[in-house]
Ligand binder design. Structure first.
Ligand code: SAH
Length: 359
């Protein structure tokens, strides 16, 4: 008996249900190609063009037969974002306003370093639902979550514009990555993949406002992505007032999840703590932070608050930041003060909501 292999013609497959390539994880794309009756190696070829060479049309994929390029363009359309605006800071960082095919906007920042590194701050969502009182992004609410390829696009845009390899990625732009867990992880895997951008997992940091389920999930992933948690206060009442979106993720449960994270992974994580004058700067606050951090394998990043237009939250002086750093270190808590870069172009943390988002 011979089996006649039934070839599904690409053009017949999934007609009318075209999913964009950038909406898919690597595995989902590979599955789609195989289900469409194409050999698996075609998936590798296509993904290398898209994520390795950043081409934005099937026509450029010269190792695919012409007819296949045409059919693929219908079956799994390939789109490319547009740079709507770009601003360059006096410190060399560049902020981009990027628009996806449905009109969704995000901001991305490229941060070159004196030692030759190039970091990119990517957004995981267009807008954000978490509503942190001191953050500009939260003011306009959530538009939508980004797809894996859209997160990767932001890194390619910066890499091309600087004409330099991106060495580090921080998911600290707009949005809450753990509210878009699967797409964010799928994007980080593309960035990390040796055939594509080959950015080391330890050089990729995910920053969360503290969604416990996300921390628990990340602890089980095989890659060593770095975790950062926005704490901003170790007193429940203060935290609830400035971060209302996580009031249902209490500090004691967060602490437990973080202890567990380190137990599972053996890895250090960092706390982000933006000092806001008169809000989280009392002696009680720093004492609560010692208590909270002392038995965790953590590093505290003190962040000078970036002023957001018409916001009541104000930064503290450099002197106060240094005092906090010294006190934390005396208590045995590793601590650094983060450079605030790009603040002149509103490219710094929490400022990523330009006039474009208010229109
Ligand atoms: N949603 C994630 C990641 C995006 S925000 C999170 O909350 O971690 C990235 C960082 O910028 C967070 O630590 C956030 O609390 C901080 N941030 C927001 N607004 C800020 C501001 N005005 N000044 C300084 N940091 C700010």
């Amino acid at each position: 008996m011979f089996h006649v292999k039934h070839h599904v013609r690409l053009s017949d497959y999934n007609r009318g249900m075209n999913t964009q390539l950038k909406h898919l994880s690597l595995e989902s794309f590979e599955n789609l190609i195989v289900e469409a009756g194409l050999p698996r190696f075609r998936s590798d070829q296509i993904l290398s063009w898209v994520y390795g060479k950043n081409v934005s049309s099937y026509d450029e994929m010269t190792n695919l037969p012409k007819i296949m390029r045409k059919q693929l363009a219908e079956l799994v359309p390939l789109t490319k974002p547009t740079i709507i605006d770009k601003q360059v800071s006096v410190d060399g960082s560049r902020k981009y306003l990027i628009q996806f095919d449905d009109g969704a906007l995000v901001e991305t920042v490229g941060l070159p370093n004196d030692d030759g590194r190039l970091s990119v701050c990517v957004s995981s969502q267009s807008g954000c639902a978490m509503n942190c009182a001191f953050c500009a992004t939260g003011r306009n609410g959530l538009n939508r979550s980004l797809y894996p390829g859209e997160i990767v696009d932001q890194v390619h845009i910066v890499q091309n514009d600087f004409d330099k390899r991106v060495t580090n990625v921080v998911v600290m732009g707009q949005g809450e990555p753990f509210a878009n867990y699967d797409n964010t992880l799928a994007a980080l895997r593309i960035l990390n993949h040796p055939k594509f951008l080959n950015i080391g997992a330890r050089h990729i940091t995910i920053s969360t406002c503290g969604l416990i389920a996300g921390i628990n999930k990340l602890a089980q992933e095989p890659e060593q992505f770095t975790l950062a948690v926005s704490l901003h206060s170790a007193i429940q009442e203060t935290r609830d007032s400035i971060m209302p979106g996580v009031s249902k993720q209490p500090l004691d449960e967060l602490h437990e999840a973080l202890a567990d994270y380190t137990k599972r992974t053996g890895r250090r994580f960092s706390f982000e703590f933006a000092l806001m004058d008169g809000i989280n700067t009392s002696v009680r606050e720093i004492e609560a932070l010692y208590q909270y951090g002392k038995d965790l394998l953590c590093h505290v990043n003190l962040i000078p608050l970036n002023e957001v237009e018409s916001s009541p939250f104000k930064p503290v002086t450099r002197k106060v930041l240094l005092l906090w750093q010294e006190s934390l270190e005396m208590q045995g808590i590793a601590c650094s003060i983060r450079n605030s870069r790009g603040s002149d172009i509103a490219g710094a943390c929490g400022q990523l909501a330009s006039k474009h988002f208010n229109s």
